[in-house]
Design a protein around this ligand. Structure first.
Ligand code: MYR
Length: 131
């Protein structure tokens, strides 16, 4: 269900979320127009993602339930896991610099990919359309 090429269409409270993450105003402005595109290929428990944005392109491989390292576009390093709960992907990642937890989910809602984010009391969403 997650397979496909997903292009960001709109965001909710993403700027506040990034502010809570400690990202400076200039990077936040750029990140609001990052044209993020995520290509997802799921094979059983294994995922291969291609992330592309105005910041970078990056390949990501992970297996459900298996911890992996990831570097956010601003350089922040995290480590954590994705797990599948029903039709929903639940991600829990811990920042290496301050040990705070970033919770994220991915689910398909009305044909759109909805990714939610929570960090330190601030919630945000980004909604992607299939190409
Ligand atoms: C992936 O599945 O895309 C890789 C793992 C994602 C880890 C958490 C992603 C949170 C991204 C938040 C970016 C906010 C900018 C600081």
């Amino acid at each position: 269900a997650f397979n496909g090429i997903w292009k960001v269409d709109r965001s909710e409270n993403y700027e506040k979320f990034m502010e809570q993450m400690g990202i400076n105003v200039m990077k936040r402005k750029l990140a609001e127009h990052d044209n993020l595109k995520i290509t997802i290929e799921q094979n059983g428990n294994n995922f291969h993602l291609k992330e592309s944005s105005t910041f970078r392109t990056k390949d990501i491989d992970f297996t459900l339930g298996v911890q992996f390292d990831y570097t956010l576009a601003d350089g922040t390093e995290v480590s954590g896991t994705w797990e599948l709960e029903g039709d929903k992907l639940n991600g829990k990642f811990t920042r290496k610099d301050n040990s705070k937890v970033l919770i994220t989910t991915r689910s398909i809602v009305d044909g759109e990919l909805v990714q939610t984010y929570n960090y330190d009391g601030v919630d945000a969403k980004r909604i992607f359309k299939k190409q």
